[in-house]
Design a protein around this ligand. Structure first.
Ligand code: FO1
Length: 314
């Protein structure tokens, strides 16, 4: 069964690791690249790397990003030169990934081909596609007028600075990467995992053509709520939702995504703690169900994925 997933970093990667357990699942992941940045002259792609490391079995599990058994000799020495950010450092092994990516980009390969080449080593068991081969970065406009890269807002300021909006630089001229629109059009099912709906999934949807492809695909589109009991499971999606005026509830996120054909969803899986939202979601035309959606381990995540696919008859 051809399954296409639109994913950010940690939440989407963990969900996909469970989805991969399903028999005959042929998965294509369309990854957010809005967190990407140039740092010390190398191109860093946090969500692509979190997906690649998590599905390749190399991720630092507790952190959810970066490599297991990491060291920091290079970043410590860079600090000695007064270069870089002390709040966002690259591990030594992680640096090899960024050096490899940068070398291949400099050789003229588009990001999608670079990603395929890096994935050959890690064998993630899915096809990993950046949302676009063009450089698009999420910048945050803060209430005091400053604009900063998403990672500075997210990591340095822990999303504590009230944001007024998120800007994806140059996204108007960005084109979906090769294979992205086909992966949506030819899927048997499309899944919106519990990634950050604003800066991860929202950024993917900002690439011209992707939202329309979701509206038009014959495949059913099912999402899993990233909000349980009024709070994001991990990360600070509530700060992002507040910035765009969306309540941090399972129901509000579904309504933010919208029901097809105006929106992008047919069905929405919520946690038991939000089962009271199901009748309202059904009244709004969504197929909805409440199950345990906390991704505590891989088998549990596989069961959640099964529940999500079952919701749309797959
Ligand atoms: N997150 C942190 O909280 N601190 C870091 O120093 C940090 C470094 C880092 C380096 C490479 C990379 O791919 C990710 C890194 N992250 C770090 C995580 C990053 O903020 C997240 O992966 C996403 O971009 C946000 O969901």
């Amino acid at each position: 069964m051809k399954i296409t997933v639109l994913s950010g970093g940690v939440g989407g990667a963990r969900f996909t690791r469970g989805l991969r357990e399903l028999a005959d699942a042929q998965i294509t992941v369309i990854a957010n690249t809005g967190d990407d940045m140039w740092l010390h002259g190398v191109r860093v792609c946090p969500d692509l790397d979190t997906l690649m490391y998590t599905l390749g079995g190399a991720v630092h599990e507790e952190q959810g990003w970066g490599r297991r058994d990491e060291s920091r000799r290079v970043s410590d020495d860079l600090q000695a030169y007064g270069l870089g950010w002390e709040w966002f450092t690259l591990g030594d092994l992680d640096l090899a990934t960024h050096l490899a990516r940068t070398e291949l980009l400099r050789d003229g390969l588009p990001l999608s081909q670079v990603t395929a080449r890096l994935a050959e080593r890690w064998q993630p068991g899915v096809t990993l596609l950046p949302m676009t081969d063009d450089e698009v970065e999420t910048h945050v406009v803060v209430a005091d007028g400053r604009t900063m890269h998403f990672e500075e807002w997210w990591v340095r300021h822990r999303a504590a600075l009230p944001a007024t909006r998120f800007v994806q630089t140059h996204v108007e001229t960005a084109r979906p990467a090769p294979g992205v629109l086909e992966a949506i059009a030819h899927a048997d099912v499309v899944v919106i995992p519990p990634s950050n709906p604003v800066v991860s999934v929202g950024t993917i949807l900002a690439v011209p053509g992707i939202r329309d492809a979701l509206r038009a695909t014959p495949a059913p589109v099912v999402g899993i709520s990233p909000v349980i009991g009024g709070a994001p499971v991990r990360g600070m999606a509530d700060a992002c939702l507040a910035a765009i005026g969306v309540e941090t509830t399972a129901r509000a996120v579904a309504e933010h995504y919208g029901r097809r054909p105006d929106g992008i969803l047919d069905a929405w899986l919520v946690d038991r703690r939000d089962s009271d939202a199901v009748p309202a979601l059904e009244a709004a035309g969504f197929v909805a169900r409440a199950v345990d959606t906390l991704m505590t381990d891989v088998p549990t995540t596989a069961r959640i994925a099964t529940d999500a696919l079952a919701l749309v008859g797959r």
